[in-house]
Design a protein around this ligand. Structure first.
Ligand SMILES: [Zn+2]
Length: 256
């Protein structure tokens, strides 16, 4: 007996066929509640794969509206929805991809007044935001509640992905900050100023979606204690190990 319908068994067959997913994994995906923060380039890419993969519930958070200049890379938005809230616009496209997924929309930016409740109500958090303030806040709150966090960033031809599971001795996003001074992808060095090539946000958002599905189904090993660095110009993917900073103001043992 399974809780998957015949239609679902057909729809998700190629995923269920994977030994590390199987029926149990697909059921876990169906039961999962995923929070997506930011429905720009990364959020559009991550959300579309999580939707078609069968995630049961997703909350989409974005206070920004669709602009014509977003359409070059934010694939869930359309010309007819310029001026619409991005979370709402994304939901409209996502619902056509998989009517079984239930979406909640928050037409606001995350801040200290709403983040605790939101993070607590989900199983996995996907950081697709575009600014350091939101990234650091998400890191703090996910650390506090020990909610898995999948963080992505993209700018120019470059991307980064890391996953935080909060195991002992695991670094947090703040511990990584020493690497950000020469890595524009995680600073406030915005895409407006520096530019961004369309597919790099798709690559990063897709890796984030993959990480989420791995966390939900416990398949493989998450990108924890490391930063995946993607260089679109050379085609190189490199993974850099990162250690916990004992003096980290968020997770450091010396700080407590
Ligand atoms: Zn830390």
């Amino acid at each position: 007996m399974t809780d998957l319908t015949d239609q679902e068994l057909i729809r998700y067959h190629r995923q269920i066929n994977l030994k590390s997913i199987d029926i149990d994994g697909q059921l876990a995906i169906k039961k999962a509640r995923v929070l997506i923060v930011g429905l720009g380039g990364l959020g559009c890419a991550a959300a579309q794969y999580l939707t078609v993969a069968g995630v049961g519930q997703m909350t989409l958070v974005d206070g920004d509206n669709v602009d014509l200049s977003n359409l070059q890379r934010q694939v869930l938005h359309t010309e007819s929805r310029v001026g619409f809230n991005k979370a709402e616009s994304a939901k409209q496209t996502l619902e056509t991809l998989n009517p079984a997924t239930k979406f909640a929309v928050m037409k606001t930016f995350l801040d200290e007044s709403n983040i605790d409740t939101l993070v607590n109500a989900h199983d996995v958090v996907v950081d697709c935001s575009d600014n350091m303030t939101t990234r650091q806040l998400l890191n703090q709150i996910c650390f506090r509640y020990k909610k898995p966090l999948v963080s992505g960033a993209a700018i120019r031809f470059e991307g980064q992905v890391s996953t935080f599971c909060w195991l002992q001795d695991e670094p947090c996003y703040q511990c990584f900050s020493q690497f950000f001074s020469n890595q524009g992808a995680s600073s406030d060095d915005s895409c407006v100023m520096s530019g961004v090539i369309a597919p790099i946000v798709g690559v990063v958002g897709s890796v984030q979606a993959l990480e989420v599905l791995k966390l939900i189904t416990r398949a493989g090993n998450p990108l924890s204690q490391q930063m995946l660095m993607i260089d679109g110009l050379t085609g190189q993917f490199r993974s850099m190990k990162v250690k916990k900073d004992p003096a980290c103001p968020v997770c450091g043992v010396l700080h407590k």
